[in-house]
Design a protein around this ligand. Structure first.
Ligand SMILES: NC(=O)c1ccc[n+]([C@@H]2O[C@H](COP(=O)([O-])OP(=O)(O)OC[C@H]3O[C@@H](n4cnc5c(N)ncnc54)[C@H](OP(=O)(O)O)[C@@H]3O)[C@@H](O)[C@H]2O)c1
Length: 331
């Protein structure tokens, strides 16, 4: 590997790669984008030309066999994350894989084992964690401005209109919880600082068998509830609110704030509110740079696969409850 830079390959011509992650790799201080692979060689070549990627491969295996690639970014449909993460680990590539890392905790454990056995890094690409606003929220909470955290609320919804979208395909790991609710679960576990004990959920199942909408509740020790909603059927909404005994924090545009300043409303009832402004930044670039730093310095990634497995365990419990008309279940 050249000094101070890792050489990236990307597995598939996914929209999220084109829109956000590949430009972030190209802009990163410690990475270069070497190749893209697609199941279709012509599609790979066209994608590479459009994005200025030096090389294209007509098969994912061809990219994994390349000696000049240190790490892969995997933005495949969720049902394919396990297979291609394991194959990438076996090929000796470090792996940044899209969220949710796997379909369930057992798959996640298999992926973690493969990464460990082949001595490569594996991290789930929840980019919002790398936005400095997330650290600012945690800092405000730790400073005690809201007192004791007593309620978490989160929502992430948008409206899908294309029936062919991977999010509507049950066999590809689609569904609103898998796609956007996973952020609400991740955020809730992060601010709670512990794992939920129980879960309840109600879902609206679409014609293709995926949860098109879900309302969920996670219960943490100490009687701390986290309630959330996620949907592929509603207008775009994304927010979270952390309510405490002495105040609350309201975070709009919570997962995709874009390049604009990211806001945190610190509220104290009739005593008024303070708006904290965190300068806009490319959170995808911060994520790929943080991952590449860990590869280059051989340091543990900040969010190891165990963390992803815990998120998936909470999600699995929510699905169990949703399939059982909202009965409470243990996580
Ligand atoms: N972090 C974020 O902000 C964010 C945002 C959106 C999505 N995501 C995640 O990124 C992943 C990809 O989402 P996306 O919306 O970008 O997907 P997408 O545009 O539908 O792309 C998925 C790619 O996977 C490849 N593929 C392989 N087998 C496939 C199959 N059976 N059906 C469909 N595609 C197949 C295709 O590439 P080839 O034809 O080139 O092989 C396709 O372009 C998901 O895990 C999603 O949760 C993350």
């Amino acid at each position: 590997m050249p000094d101070h830079k890792i050489r990236w390959g990307v597995i598939s011509t996914a929209n999220i790669g084109r829109a956000a992650v590949l430009p972030a790799i190209q802009a990163s201080r410690n990475g270069e984008l070497v190749a893209v692979a697609s199941r279709d060689g012509a599609k790979a070549a066209e994608f590479a030309a459009q994005l200025g990627i030096p090389r294209s491969c007509g098969a994912y295996e061809e990219l994994l066999a390349a000696a000049d690639i240190d790490a892969v970014y995997i933005p495949l449909p969720n049902s394919l994350h396990r297979e291609w993460t394991v194959k990438s680990a076996e090929a000796g590539k470090h792996i940044l894989c899209e969220k949710p890392l796997a379909l369930n905790p057992a798959e996640c454990a298999e992926m973690a084992d493969a990464a460990r056995a082949h001595n490569v890094k594996l991290m789930e690409a929840f980019m919002y964690r790398f936005h400095p606003r997330t650290a600012k929220v945690l800092e405000l909470m730790a400073s005690g401005v809201i007192g004791e955290l007593r309620l978490i609320r989160a929502g992430f919804t948008f409206r899908l209109t294309n029936p062919a979208n991977i999010r509507l395909q049950a066999d590809l790991g689609g569904g609103s919880l898998m796609d956007v609710g996973c952020y609400c679960v991740n955020l809730s576990r992060t601010v709670a600082g512990r794992e939920p004990l129980r879960a309840q959920a109600l879902a609206s199942w679409g014609a293709t068998g995926v949860d098109e909408q879900m309302v969920g509740l996670l219960e943490f020790s100490g009687g701390l509830p986290a309630q959330f909603d996620c949907a592929l059927t509603l207008e775009r909404r994304e927010f979270y609110e952390l309510a405490g005994t002495a105040g609350s924090l309201f975070v709009p545009g919570s997962f995709l704030p874009g390049a604009a300043d990211a806001l945190i409303y610190e509220r104290h009832g009739r005593a008024g509110e303070t708006v904290h402004r965190v300068p806009g930044v490319d959170q995808y670039r911060l994520m790929v740079e943080a991952f590449a730093d860990c590869v280059l310095a051989d340091l543990p990634v900040p969010y190891p696969p165990d963390e992803a497995a815990a998120n998936l365990a909470a999600m699995a419990a929510l699905y169990r409850s949703a399939h059982n008309n909202g009965q409470p279940v243990n996580v």
